[in-house]
Design a protein around this ligand. Structure first.
Ligand SMILES: *[C@@H]1O[C@H](CO)[C@@H](O)[C@H](O)[C@H]1NC(C)=O
Length: 394
């Protein structure tokens, strides 16, 4: 059946080529045997459609029609012969039970070495609740979980109009990439779901995240080591832990983070707003965070609206140490709204590597209800200008 369809598809393609039509070749997963019933594993059909598209000498599209497609595995590897677009009208569902097989860094849907990839539309349902329940029961023996969508080692990627719900672990991870645009993405998981970060970027440069709505149980957007030239624009966060650079400085060698701009973000009911977080460990050599701009942010009922925390050490593995990560040139401009705790601005920097070049300009953060909040500084140097409330401690 699949063969017949694939064959008629290739006839159609050759007719396009013969007639000189400029349309891309289209590989419909249904033609390769995928079933939109949410129960039949369509992994093989997707893999076959991917191989055909990836081999195509002209730009090709993998098309996923309406319906629910169960995918137990979905590793789409390049390099491909031409640009590939994955156009999804339907929903991809993870297996019931656990998708993760137990290793750390487990993935569900992964693209690796696919330069020029466009992924357009689609809903990913990671079916995380079974794993969250295992973790919540506290008996141990649960796998750590799988990231729903991972893009690895790829350049010039566009992810547009994606919706991701209930990932087991992170929703979207961009790792080892250059020039990735993530646009108009919606991410939803309960505020109580563990480690379900929205979008995580690491070891990548030139990533932009534009217009995203992220409700989740962990970081809204998290920025890992080796990230440069990241722009996050018009992202709304909450519930969740807010936008975080870090945690950094856990490993003994780690690439720095440079040139991150977060503009026009809004935070409602999140644990943090704009955070930079490093482990309070001396282990790391030469790590840094520099060239960060946080501007035009709105906060409502956020526990720590502006925070640099260099003393993160959950399992007490860093007694009497201070962070070796150097934080410099971080500017906060036009940040407004309400704090759920007394300290709305907190710079808790490293005693051995103090923060430098912190800038505060046009800040108005009060307690919920409008009462004055406070700012606290440790080992932080910089200057404030314009209207700054709470009064600067720099
Ligand atoms: C960071 O931005 C500066 C100023 O635009 C630029 O000179 C530098 O090359 C950027 N860093 C990286 C790692 O691209």
């Amino acid at each position: 059946m699949a063969r017949v369809n694939a064959c008629s598809l290739s006839l159609l393609l050759s007719c396009c080529i013969l007639s000189g039509a400029a349309e891309a070749a289209v590989y419909d997963v249904a033609g390769f045997g995928a079933k939109p019933d949410g129960r039949t594993d369509s992994s093989t059909a997707f893999a076959d459609a991917w191989s055909a598209a990836c081999r195509s000498l002209e730009p090709a599209t993998v098309y996923v029609p309406h319906g629910e497609f169960l995918l137990s595995r979905a590793a789409f590897a390049g390099p491909c012969s031409s640009r590939v677009t994955v156009q999804i009208d339907g929903t991809l569902v993870a297996p019931s039970g656990y998708t993760s097989r137990g290793g750390s860094g487990d993935v569900w849907i992964v693209f690796d070495h696919v330069d020029g990839l466009t992924m357009s539309g689609g809903t990913l349902d990671g079916r995380g609740p079974a794993l969250w329940a295992c973790k919540a029961a506290g008996h141990g023996g649960c796998p750590s979980g799988a990231t729903s969508l991972t893009v690895l080692n790829s350049r010039d990627v566009v992810i547009r109009g994606l919706r991701s719900v209930d990932s087991e672990l992170y929703h979207v991870v961009i790792d080892g990439c250059e020039r990735v645009a993530v646009e108009d993405v919606g991410i939803v998981a309960p505020g109580s779901s563990p480690n379900t970060d929205g979008i995580h970027v690491q070891a990548s440069s030139g990533v932009t995240v534009t217009r995203a709505s992220i409700q989740t149980g962990d970081d809204c957007v998290s920025v890992g080591p080796g990230t440069a030239n990241l722009r996050v624009e018009h992202v709304s966060c909450g519930p969740g832990h807010g936008i975080s650079i870090g945690s950094l400085g856990k490993e003994s060698e780690e690439a720095g983070v440079e040139n991150v701009t977060v503009a026009g973000a809004s935070f409602v009911g999140t644990e943090n707003g704009l955070r930079i977080k490093t482990w309070g460990r001396a282990a790391v050599e030469g790590a840094y965070v520099r060239g960060v701009v946080f501007e035009h942010a709105f906060m409502h009922d956020v526990r720590n609206p502006i925070i640099i925390d260099q003393n993160y050490c959950p399992n007490h593995i860093c007694p009497h140490q201070s962070s070796a990560v150097k934080i410099s040139d971080v500017r906060y401009t036009d940040i407004r709204g309400s704090s759920a705790s007394q300290v709305a601005v907190k710079f808790d920097c490293s005693a051995t590597n103090p923060c430098s070049g912190i800038g505060l300009r046009d800040i108005k953060l009060t307690l919920d209800g409008g009462k004055p909040a406070e700012a606290t500084c440790q080992h932080a140097d910089g200057k404030a200008s314009g209207y700054v409330e709470p009064p600067s401690c720099l």
